[in-house]
Each structure stands twice: as structure tokens, then as C-alpha cells.
Design a protein around this ligand. Structure first.
Ligand code: FES
Length: 60
């Protein structure tokens, strides 16, 4: 992934915003991220992308 794509179109949440929250707030699971950004309240199609961002941040 390059740039700063929108991860969750329903809530207009960009990748950088999620990355920042993972680092600053110590979020460790997709559940925590979903709650933080209310991602589970809408379509839920971004779940895999959220998992991918989480994985990549952990690896770096
Ligand atoms: S794209 Fe994230 S809930 Fe719809």
C-alpha cells in the first residue's frame, strides 16, 4: 500500500489515522481498533484491511 488510503470508507478513516492510534494508544487487536473508530457499526467490509494495517504496524 502506498500513500494514505482510506481504510474505512463508511467512517472516512485513513490508514495514517489507524497507524497513529495503534502506536499512540497501544491498540493491539482489531476489536480495539473497531471500537476506537466505530468501524463495527457500519458495513464491516474494512475488517481485513484493518487487520492488515495492524499486522504491518506490528512488524515495523
Ligand atoms: S468500510 Fe469500514 S465499516 Fe464500512
Amino acid at each position: 500500500m502506498t500513500g494514505d488510503p482510506i481504510i474505512c470508507g463508511c467512517n472516512d478513516v485513513h490508514r495514517s489515522t489507524i497507524e497513529h492510534a495503534i502506536k499512540e494508544k497501544g491498540l493491539k487487536t482489531t476489536d480495539q481498533i473497531n471500537k476506537e473508530f466505530h468501524l463495527d457499526k457500519a458495513c464491516g467490509s474494512c475488517t481485513e484491511d484493518v487487520q492488515q494495517v495492524l499486522k504491518e504496524v506490528k512488524e515495523n
